[in-house]
Ligand binder design. Structure first.
Ligand code: PGA
Length: 262
C-alpha cells in the first residue's frame, strides 16, 4: 500500500482566529487555482487551540479539502489540569491530528519521553492521529550520535503501542538544529534518520506495518528544498513551520510533485 504524502503546517504560536480564516481561505483558493491533486498530497494545518473552532467551521462550511489538528494534547482525560486541553475536546472540534513531543514542548515545557508516550497513548485511544516528533540537538549531531539518539526517542514515544497503532500514526523527524534556523538538513541526512526509523519499525513490528507508517521530515523546509527531500524513499511528507505561514510557499510545498528535483 502506497503511503500518501502528508504536508502539515505547524503554525506554532502565530495567527489569531481572525487571521486563521484569512490564511485557510487563501490556502484553499490557491490549491484550487493551482489544481492541487489531493491524492498526491494531504494538506493539513495545525493552528493554536484558540483558532480550532473557527477553522472547523470554515472547513466544514465551505467543504474544504484541508485537514487540521492541534499542536499538543493532555495525557489526562479531564479534571484539575489548569491550562490543558483533552483529547476528547480536540475530537469534538473535528481534529484528526495532534502534534506530540515537539522539540519546543520538550525544551520549554520539560516534556520527556514518558510524557510523550502518555500523550501518544491517550491520543490513539481517542482515535486521533499523533504526529510524534523526534530529533537530535546540534551537539549530538556533531558527535555523530543522531541515529541512536533519535531511535531512543522513537522507542520511548511508541512504547506499549500495538503494531496497528504504529502503522496509523505519523513520526516527524525534526533535528533541533534545523528548526527555525534556515538550516535545512540535506536530503541524505534526513533520509539517513528517516530510513533508520523505518528499519526500527520493521525490526519491532515487521515490514507490513513499517510500510504503512508515515515518516515526515521537519526543519526549515521551503518550497525550494521540498522536491529533493520528497525524492528520498523514506520521507513521506514534511512538518513545516515558518513556511506554512506564507500561503504561496506552503501551497508550493503541497504541490511538490510538480517540482523538478534540483
Ligand atoms: P520550521 O519549523 O519549518 O520553521 O523550521 C518546523 C517545526 O518546528 O515543526
Amino acid at each position: 500500500m502506497a503511503r500518501k504524502p502528508l504536508m502539515a503546517g505547524n503554525w506554532k504560536m502565530n495567527l489569531n482566529h481572525v487571521e486563521a480564516v484569512g490564511l485557510v481561505q487563501k490556502l484553499a483558493w490557491t490549491l484550487e487555482d493551482k489544481k492541487h491533486d489531493p491524492e498526491k498530497s494531504e494538506v493539513i494545518v495545525l493552528p493554536p487551540y484558540t483558532d480550532l473552532r473557527t477553522v472547523q467551521t470554515l472547513v466544514d462550511g465551505d467543504r474544504l479539502d484541508i485537514g487540521y489538528g492541534a499542536q499538543d494534547v493532555s495525557a489526562f482525560d479531564n479534571g484539575a489540569y489548569t491550562g490543558d486541553i483533552s483529547a476528547d475536546m480536540l475530537v469534538k472540534l473535528g481534529c484528526r491530528y495532534v502534534v506530540i513531543g515537539h522539540s519546543e514542548r520538550r525544551q520549554f515545557h520539560g516534556e520527556d519521553d514518558n510524557i510523550v508516550n502518555a500523550k501518544t497513548q491517550k491520543a490513539v485511544s481517542r482515535g486521533l492521529v499523533p504526529i510524534v516528533c523526534v530529533g537530535e540537538g546540534l551537539e549530538v549531531r556533531q558527535e555523530l550520535r543522531h541515529v541512536p539518539e533519535t531511535l531512543h526517542q522513537v522507542e520511548g514515544a511508541l512504547a506499549g503501542l500495538t503494531p496497528e497503532q504504529v502503522a496509523n500514526l505519523v513520526i516527524a523527524y525534526e533535528p533541533v538544529w534545523a528548526i527555525g534556523t534556515g538550516r535545512v538538513a540535506t536530503p541524505e541526512d534526513a533520509q539517513e534518520v528517516c530510513g533508520a526509523i523505518r528499519l526500527w519499525i520493521v525490526e519491532q513490528h515487521g515490514g507490513e506495518i513499517a510500510d504503512r507508517t508515515r515518516i515526515l521530515y521537519g526543519g526549515s523546509v521551503k518550497a525550494s528544498s521540498i522536491a529533493a527531500l520528497m525524492a528520498e524513499p523514506d520521507i513521506d511528507g514534511c512538518l513545516v513551520g515558518g513556511a506554512s505561514l506564507i500561503v504561496e510557499e506552503f501551497a508550493a510545498i503541497a504541490r511538490f510533485y510538480e517540482m523538478p528535483v534540483i
